[in-house]
Design a binder for this molecule. Structure first.
Ligand code: NAD
Length: 252
């Protein structure tokens, strides 16, 4: 199996619709031992989702904006890890749905910290656990070339996430740590539902993705994450794999 003997830290499981839940499930199917993270009021939801996995994983506390949690993470996880999934995104209401010109900096700063800077914070927190090298994978919504409707400051945060991954790849490569992104098409999760007008993405994908696209099916995205977490891509870092039915390749 692809992840036999590997231990993978999976952030971002809120419920069984979370993309991270599908990754945790696929990773277990491929032989991995999983550790989940959650925080605050989401913890009981995450624990409920954890019980739905084939083997119930340990859940450790991590608010990625908390220096104390980041400092304590290696001790809470214990042992070593071979891979880390970053599946964390958040933007205050003002930052999504059409208020691009009026969102205050305090809110934009939160979106950038939780959705982009957190990849650096998580990577540094996990570094002591990855002394033998490893793979860090984060979830992206492609913002390399265009402005989307309604995605607003979350789009800016994703562009920052893309750049952050490249700088991390540069600085962690010598330690054998790879850093890559999976740019997913729209999936119906709690985070997606919190974006007013999200159905515009669903409609666009249904028309344009050459392979078609199912917004209720996170498994293709999860499989790509598992592949990048495995030993199948030993010489790939700082890259973005699109799992979007081919949408990004089509002009109109
Ligand atoms: P989700 O709501 O299930 O997951 C978002 C997660 O972020 C939750 O588990 C939440 O607890 C976590 N989170 C928020 N603030 C946090 C903090 N301060 N510390 C730690 N964790 C925190 O939604 P999802 O769609 O599965 O989102 C996972 C990732 O996938 C996000 O980065 C999202 O932007 C990305 N993504 C989603 C889609 C989509 O259409 N759903 C498409 C492309 C990329």
């Amino acid at each position: 199996m692809l992840l036999d003997g590997k231990r993978i830290l999976v952030t971002g499981v809120l419920n069984d619709a979370s993309i991270a839940f599908a990754v945790a499930r696929r990773a277990q199917e491929e032989g991995a031992e999983i550790v989940l993270t959650s925080f605050g009021r989401a913890m009981s939801l995450t624990q409920r989702a954890a019980r739905r996995l084939d083997t119930e994983p340990k859940v450790v506390e991590l608010d990625v904006s908390s220096p104390a949690d980041l400092e304590a993470l290696a001790g809470r996880v214990g042992g070593t890890v071979d891979g880390v999934l970053h599946a964390i995104g958040f933007a205050p209401e003002s930052c999504l749905g059409g208020g691009f010109l009026s969102a205050p900096w305090e809110d934009v700063a939160v979106a950038l910290q939780i959705s982009a800077y957190s990849l650096k914070a998580l990577a540094v927190a996990c570094r002591p656990l990855m002394r033998g090298g490893g793979s860090i994978v984060a979830l992206d919504f492609d913002n390399s070339r265009v402005a989307w409707p309604v995605y607003d400051w979350m789009g800016v945060a994703k562009a920052a996430l893309e750049s952050t991954a490249r700088y991390l790849a540069r600085d962690l490569g010598a330690e054998g740590i790879r850093v890559n992104l999976v740019a997913a098409g729209p999936i119906r999760t709690i985070a997606a539902r919190s974006i007013p007008g999200f159905e515009q993405f669903e409609e666009a994908w249904s028309v344009r993705a050459p392979l078609g696209w199912n917004v209720k099916e996170p498994v293709p995205v999860a499989s790509a994450c598992v592949a990048l977490l495995s030993d199948l891509f030993p010489a790939t870092t700082g890259d973005v794999v699109h799992v979007d039915g081919g949408y990004h390749a089509i002009g109109a």
